[in-house]
Design a protein around this ligand. Structure first.
Ligand code: PLZ
Length: 452
């Protein structure tokens, strides 16, 4: 029973998959029962097991079961859960002061996080960074900066986009169920362009970039009027939408178009940024230099922190006192972010993300060779997904994804789903996972495909 009470996560956690009760176990079921009486039903969880500790490549539940982690808390614990440098720095900070409010009494770590993001984000122009708590909040603020800098109202987003759940970012998100249904009316001046989604482009993947760009251009020039567009915001790899990698060249043309029209080009790197794809930012794979880059999730290794980093002239356009928030840039979260930067640099995790990506892709190709329901394998670095379809068609196969996902949990592997049609399995292991656990996880996945 010692494992049940294990108070410490991080890499020292025993790196094994081990199920010692049914899933979920009795202790998890007991908490779930209390939850039913205490929490509203609109808040759901992907699995019924409750976490006790996590680190390396595993998550231990309250019943002592140890799961292989292919989700990283939705792309957050990229450097590993309770990563040592993150924990040490945050712990030390918590012993000094937990909060002062940066708007009231500032502190150095905030400035250091800003300096680091200014250095790491694409482009060598002069930059500024402002910190926030969540991805949604940072996206909202990117729009505020773009509006302040341009004096224009409109925001252009894309099909399959996910930008958050606040009123503005929910309005920018492309999917009604579950994110928007019943929660309108939505924020005004949000427009949506087609995404160059190669696998589902009607006239074929080879036409996706050209035709999507033409539609995007006409939306802005003809329907909205470029003169009222403040910003275009895009995920360089669409996360919740199903790890859609836009057709090569599409994003570069969008960025060029924005530059010509004086429109702020914003990259939402909340899910793909901070090392996940084998580069600091997914924008780099396409040679993009966004005007504003939004980060969150992986930025602070699990503590809530988000950022907008961008051109000094745009960021300085918001008036003094116009931007803020009580908790924005919390000192423990800033220390955690500095721990994340150190870990990625010192442990060579960009390279590790590429290696993990190669391993995952190899396994998925083997599975695809045996199972015609695999429509496409895609992604970059340690951000890889499979889109499942009905055999010999491109009809989304949501049921297969749900069944495989359930089967994986039952056998000790935590995976996540995604996709506009709910038919994508996505793999986001922490970069601290071992090759052995990766291989073992894919054996479980392969068995789940076989069990369909
Ligand atoms: N932009 C690209 O992926 C969050 C959402 C989980 P927050 N994605 C996970 C859920 O179902 O609510 C996300 C993202 C991209 C913005 C966000 C929003 O980030 O930190 O959840 O607000």
């Amino acid at each position: 029973m010692t494992a049940v009470h294990a108070p410490v996560g991080g890499p020292q956690l025993e790196q094994v998959r081990r199920l010692i009760t049914e899933v979920p176990g009795p202790r998890s079921r007991e908490i779930a029962q209390r939850r039913g009486a205490a929490l509203p039903t609109g808040l759901t969880s992907a699995v019924g097991v409750y976490a006790a500790a996590a680190g390396g490549g595993v998550l231990l539940d309250v019943d002592g079961n140890s799961f292989i982690d292919f989700g990283s808390g939705i792309a957050v614990t990229t450097v590993g859960n309770s990563a040592p440098r993150v924990v040490e720095r945050a712990r030390e900070q918590l012993g000094k002061f937990t909060h002062t409010c940066f708007l009231a009494t500032p502190y150095e770590s905030y400035v250091e996080v800003a300096e680091t993001l200014n250095r790491l984000t694409p482009g060598d122009h002069e930059k500024r960074t402002a910190l926030f708590n969540t991805g949604s909040e940072a996206v909202e603020n990117a729009v505020k900066y773009a509006r302040a800098a341009t004096g224009r109202p409109a925001v252009v987003t894309f099909d399959n986009a996910f930008h958050g759940r606040s009123l503005l970012t929910m309005s920018m998100t492309a999917k009604a169920a579950p994110y928007k249904a019943g929660f309108g009316p939505f924020a005004p001046e949000v427009y949506r362009a087609p995404m160059a989604y190669p696998y589902r482009w009607p006239s074929g993947p080879e036409n996706a970039a050209d035709e999507a760009f033409t539609a995007f251009r006409d939306l802005i020039d003809v329907q909205i009027g470029a003169g009222v567009v403040a910003c275009v915001i895009v995920e360089p790899i669409q996360g919740e939408g199903g790890f859609i990698v836009p057709a090569p060249g599409f994003l570069a043309r969008v960025a060029d178009f924005c530059r010509e029209r004086g429109i702020v080009f914003v990259a939402d790197e909340v899910q793909a940024g901070i090392g996940r794809t084998g580069a600091w930012f997914a924008s780099e794979h396409e040679g993009l230099v966004p005007d504003l880059v939004v980060t969150a999730k992986g930025l602070a290794g699990g503590l809530p922190l988000a950022a907008v980093t961008g051109r000094a002239d745009i960021m300085d356009a918001a008036h003094a006192g116009g931007i803020g928030g009580t908790y924005s840039g919390n000192p423990a979260a800033c220390e955690a972010a500095l721990g994340v930067f150190e870990t990625i640099e010192q442990d060579n995790l960009l390279e590790r993300a590429r290696v993990i990506g190669d391993i995952m892709t190899r396994h998925l190709r083997e599975i695809a060779a045996e199972h015609p329901i695999v429509g496409e394998i895609r992604g970059r670095g340690a951000m890889v997904a499979v889109e499942l379809v009905e055999p010999d068609s491109d009809t989304p196969n949501r049921d297969a994804v749900a069944a495989i996902n359930r089967d994986c949990v039952q056998h000790g592997l935590l995976t996540l789903t995604a996709g506009t049609f709910g038919n994508v399995l996505r793999f986001l292991p922490p970069l601290s996972i071992s090759d052995d656990l990766l291989d073992e996880g894919f054996e479980i996945l392969r068995a789940a495909f076989a069990a369909l």
